[in-house]
Design a protein around this ligand. Structure first.
Ligand SMILES: [Zn+2]
Length: 452
């Protein structure tokens, strides 16, 4: 039997999201407490007791709990309240007005990720209102600071209030936006994230006059050697379980991709050539997959030199290196240092800016099955695949402490996906009211199924 769309919540959820967007939580500075309080008060109308916890003045996260009998493991509905900055002069509407028009709710955070906060708040409300007999607790946490790494939000809560927020299962952002394929939509469920290794290399030399290059030791030239060495390095291809399942799942629902994806799966050693070939017909797809098969090392900042005629004695560069789950970031750093031996390690100093390992959750869980079953009932022709993202979310804090986390904000593509993704952190960020209803309908049904 097809699952009902919860169209009756349409007005209320749009209005809720609009109000949440109006609370400007641009991080920095964040100011999430006001948004956390707003949610606490909103839920109080339905008899919920929430707790707002601050990691620092103004940096609040809100937690609410709907009790179950304890027969099943608890489930956390996680989201973050902070947003990235928006430049109003670039937008067609005020990014913090929460404008509702033409079937959309506009505003910074509509997509990333106050829209999903709304879906989770309404799921919790409906579970209570409809007196669903839950066998496990359903916990809601809308947290501070994700956009700056989450240490002051999800990280803080797990370090200081673990018993209030930790659950064996977590639903969070990172996936869920359907990708149209030949035989139907494919819904990605984020099950893995690459690790981050941000580091700065300072190359030292000795200064001299620009007109007599051989009398000095040019730090820019040394840095150039660093860039060449790291640029020439060919990291080993390695398919994590998530990627294998993704390739197999998409091949299933798009016959055009059956050949290249099966080829990729069977020949990891030839992945570069196969992706080069695929890029000739679908560059975006090939370049989407490529960084998911190996470590990447990208120079992102470089500084050196002070004057036209002075040979610089210092040059520094920052690198954004992403490491697959299952591979250690520390081992990668050691490898990078060994690659640079010939450049002169005594003349290079390393500074770590951010470092943490990648993470991955298994798909062999009743929650993953519930997600898949519900989506298939909604859309019998759809596919569901786990996906690995190259960027991180707060899921890392939970996966590191043993939770199974899925990035799953169910949305149907109401405009081309690349347009939608551009809006995340971009201009005129918005979400359709239909997707708010769709997301809540899927969420409500999934939680109900998983918890009863
Ligand atoms: Zn986000």
């Amino acid at each position: 039997m097809p699952i009902q769309m919860l169209t009756e919540i349409e007005k209320e959820i749009s209005h809720f999201l609009s109000q949440l967007i109006r609370i400007n939580t641009t991080n920095p500075p964040g100011n999430e407490t006001q948004a956390a309080n707003f949610i606490a008060q909103y839920l109080a109308k339905d008899g919920f007791t929430s707790e707002v916890i601050e990691s620092a003045p103004g940096r609040g996260s809100v937690i609410a709990r709907l009790k179950g009998t304890g027969e099943k493991p608890s489930l956390l509905l996680l989201s973050h309240l902070d947003v990235v900055a928006a430049n109003p002069t670039e937008w067609s509407v005020d990014p913090f007005a929460g404008t509702i028009k033409d079937g959309y709710v506009y505003g910074r955070g509509a997509y990333d990720m106050k829209g999903m906060t709304a879906v989770e708040v309404f799921t919790l409300k409906l579970l209570k209102k409809n007196k669903i007999p839950l066998k496990g607790d359903v916990v809601l946490a809308a947290t501070a600071d994700e956009e700056k790494g989450g240490e002051e939000g999800a990280g803080y809560l797990l370090r200081n209030h673990k018993q209030k927020v930790w659950c064996p299962y977590v639903l969070n952002e990172g996936g869920g936006l359907a990708v149209p394929q030949k035989k139907g939509n494919v819904y990605p469920v984020q099950t893995a994230e690459k690790g981050i290794l941000w580091f700065k290399i300072k190359a030292k030399g000795s200064p001299g006059h620009g007109s007599t290059p051989n009398t000095a030791d040019n730090a820019i030239v040394r840095m150039n050697n660093v860039l060449t060495k790291l640029g020439e390095y060919q990291p080993e291809t390695f398919y994590v379980s998530t990627l294998k399942q993704f390739l197999a799942g998409v091949a299933e629902i798009n016959p055009d991709l059956k050949v290249p994806f099966t080829n990729l799966l069977n020949n990891p050693g030839r992945s570069e050539q196969i992706l080069d070939e695929l890029a000739k017909t679908d560059r975006a797809l090939a370049e989407d997959i490529r960084p998911r098969t190996k470590t990447t090392i990208t120079p992102t900042i470089i500084h050196g030199g002070v004057k036209e005629n002075i040979i610089p004695s210092e040059c520094e560069a920052v690198f954004d290196c992403r490491v697959l789950p299952g591979q250690s970031v520390n081992a990668t750093l050691a490898l990078i240092k060994s690659l640079l031996k010939d450049v002169g390690l005594d003349k290079l100093s390393f500074e770590i800016i951010q470092i943490h390992d990648g993470n991955e959750s298994t798909t062999q869980t009743p929650l993953y099955n519930a997600v898949t079953d519900v989506l298939h009932e909604f859309e019998p022709d759809c596919g569901v695949t786990p996906t690995l993202t190259t960027g991180g979310t707060d899921s890392r804090f939970f996966r590191e402490t043993g939770s199974v986390c899925y990035g799953f904000h169910p949305m149907r593509p109401d405009e081309p996906n690349d347009e939608l993704e551009k809006r995340m952190h971009g201009i005129d960020e918005r979400i359709t009211v239909e997707n708010l209803v769709f997301g809540t309908s899927i969420f409500y049904e999934t939680v109900k199924r998983f918890m009863t």
